[in-house]
Ligand binder design. Structure first.
Ligand code: FAD
Length: 532
């Protein structure tokens, strides 16, 4: 019977893990190598090996209503997309209000986690920690790994012939903190993800020239979507997810590409993804297109080779006198304290059931939180993962057989290839994934029941944003404030922007718009039949 749980890391995943252990009557001990909660959102102007790192100017890409702990909305006046310091403030308040800090041992590094000799019988783990140079080994009944996946930079130096002769400076975006040293410099940014675009735009204000090099391109989206509402509140809805699942793929692909190109034609800006119909995570950057328009940033294909001073691109063009090359080329998964075979049990690929449980384990007493990536935000995802894990640990929920889990992983890999393409990350469709986890623990909202019993709420749940509160609306772990939080989510969204009110506030009305769309042809037909 599991009682004690070791949690590695006190970022947003670790905090969710502590809270969910407590909800299930478990005894968590969280080890955090840093001196504060928040993980990568705790800004530091120094990088630290094995820890995520952000630059001074990072803002969130998920909006506040879509990225909260499901029973802990942000204050009304918080901006919709927050500066990292604001998010860190929220995370700390969450930890304090939920009384989680006393379960965390700060400045304590987990150096090794291995199965106890009695593992087959007990499922227990030996956790070795190090604090102020002193090592300690403690036995735990179970482990939740919440150590993040933006800590080990992927620096593909070998893929670039001549880079060893290049005489300028060369580093990974993990090391980037701010623009000060780049005034008047010529900078090449490799990659076209969120960090690459943020850095290129920021540097373009003071560097002499910024070039971005991309192999496969990206869709560049704005944080403000239709009528200026936060993109995720408009796009991540149950109705949109339903449409995507029933429309023939050529129709949904066409709609997707049309939508992505609605602000500007990506072909004309050199940004067009090679396979534009893949549902890879888009990049959110409101300024990049205008920086390209003003000529401060230019987009180029892959670098073919470096010389001592320049970069030669695949199309034969050359960027001369390069001062800096910044590799914004993503991260490796790495769990140096665990045997590789636990997470990567086949062909050196991450093999985890629902991105959480190693399927080949004799006892399900180890799980990973926060590894899965989707279009949705991390915080609600890790909350649901941690709730599920805690229930598996306490036997209130059981896992399928090893074969069923492996089959599920294989099926998911095939689907992922179709939707997201080849990639290192564990990508998934947000609502489908959240509903699956929710159904494991009885927390998936019952939509037909809601339509029968509370139609006002049902309309907002189905046609409105699939906000985190939906997963604490019913079932175990239910939060009594969830209904009200859903019905007032647009008020909190408009509060920080409607700071000068001259007329009544407008909110999106997807259901009524749909009704109008369906009724209009009917009305037209009736008129035509009546008069002709
Ligand atoms: P982390 O925040 O990395 O925390 C892991 C913690 O584990 C750290 O505190 C670390 O010190 C600790 N740790 C690691 N190893 C050990 C060890 N051996 N012993 C003890 N402690 C250890 N997500 C969103 O949802 N929305 C966004 O807008 C968004 N923007 C992002 C922008 C950037 C630039 C980056 C890099 C990521 C962004 N993300 C965003 C994703 C981000 O990963 C998640 O939001 C989230 O912070 C992940 O939390 P985590 O707790 O899993 O990992």
């Amino acid at each position: 019977m599991v009682k004690t749980v070791a949690i590695v890391g006190a970022g947003v995943s670790g905090l969710a893990a502590i809270r969910c252990c407590l909800e299930e009557g478990l005894q968590p001990t969280c080890f955090e190598r840093g001196n504060d909660v928040g993980g990568l959102w705790k800004f530091s102007d120094q990088t630290e090996e094995g820890r995520g790192s952000i630059y001074t100017s990072v803002f969130t890409n998920s909006s506040k209503e879509m990225m909260c702990y499901p029973d802990f909305p942000y204050p009304d006046d918080y901006p919709n997309f927050m500066h990292n310091s604001k998010l860190q403030e929220y995370i700390k308040t969450f930890a304090q209000k939920k009384d989680l800090l006393r379960y965390i041992q700060f400045e304590t590094l987990v150096t090794r986690i291995k199965k106890c000799p009695s593992f087959l019988l007990t499922g227990q783990w030996e956790v070795v920690t190090e604090k102020s140079g002193k090592q300690e080994t403690t036995t735990f009944d179970a482990v939740m790994v919440c150590s993040g996946h933006h800590a080990y930079p992927n620096l593909p130096k070998d893929s670039f012939p001549g880079l060893d002769q290049f005489q300028g400076h060369c580093f990974h975006s993990w090391d980037y903190k701010g623009p000060d040293t780049f005034k008047g410099k010529r900078v090449l940014v490799i990659g076209l993800g969120n960090s690459a675009c943020d850095i290129a735009v920021e540097l373009s204000r003071l560097a002499a020239q910024v070039i971005m090099s991309t192999r496969s391109g990206s869709w560049i989206m704005s944080r403000g979507w239709d009528d200026g509402y936060p993109w995720d509140m408009v796009c991540i809805t149950r109705f949109a997810s339903f449409l995507q699942s029933v429309l023939p793929s050529f129709v949904s692909d066409w709609l997707y590409v049309k939508q992505m190109n609605s602000r500007f034609k990506h072909e004309n800006y050199g940004l067009m993804p090679l396979n534009g119909t893949l549902r890879k995570e888009p990049v959110f950057n409101d300024e990049l297109p205008s920086r390209i328009l003003t000529g401060d940033v230019s987009i180029k294909p892959s670098v073919k080779k470096f010389t001592e001073t320049s970069a030669v691109f695949e199309d034969g063009t050359v960027f001369e006198a390069v001062d800096f090359v910044i590799f914004a080329t993503g991260y490796h998964y790495n769990y140096p304290f665990l045997d590789d075979s636990i997470i990567k049990s086949r062909n050196n690929e991450v093999t985890l059931f629902k991105g959480v449980f190693p399927p080949l384990m004799e006892k399900p007493t180890l799980a990973v939180v926060g590894l899965v990536q989707s279009l949705g935000a991390a915080i609600p995802t890790v909350d649901l993962q941690a709730r599920w894990i805690a229930k598996v640990f306490t036997n209130s929920c059981s896992l399928p057989t090893t074969k069923e889990m492996m089959d599920d992983i294989d099926e998911k890999m095939v689907k992922n290839l179709k939707w997201f393409g080849q990639g290192q990350t564990l990508q998934t469709d947000y609502i489908t994934y959240m509903d699956q986890l929710g159904s494991f623990i009885g927390a998936k909202p019952n939509i037909p029941w809601l339509f029968l019993t509370d139609p006002q709420l049902a309309l907002e749940v189905y046609f409105g944003p699939c906000s985190p509160y939906q997963f604490r609306l019913m079932g175990p772990g239910k939060w009594d404030g969830a209904r009200n939080a859903i019905l007032t989510q647009w008020d909190r969204t408009l509060k920080p922007t409607r700071t000068r009110a001259v007329s009544k506030a407008y909110r999106p009305q997807p259901f009524y718009n749909l009704l109008k769309m369906l009724l209009f042809p009917l009305l037209l037909l009736t008129v035509l039949l009546t008069f002709y």
